[in-house]
Design a protein. Sequence first.
Length: 107
Amino acid sequence: MPEQLQEAVLALVEQSGATGGVTMGKLVDRLVDDGADEQAVELMVWELIRRRELTPNGFVCRKVRNASGEQRSYEFVLIPWSPALDAQLELDLGESDELRDAGGNRG
């Protein structure tokens, strides 16, 4: 099943690559509608990003409003792996000098 799921994820992303990609939410929803397990799809997406078979290429921000206010929800837009965009995955998540100078110590 993992191989079939991997193939399904990659096929959907490949199909949408020409139109700018597919959001992770739409990808998960589509495969769950086809009978896949939600968590298995999510884990497969993260694994494919880790293995450099998918590339995050932006995000979509959705605003959800209810009686208590408004919340933003962000999700990746995924495209097939792109060598040109690969460097964006090398994240330096250490504290920046700017945060350190502003007293933004999170530790």
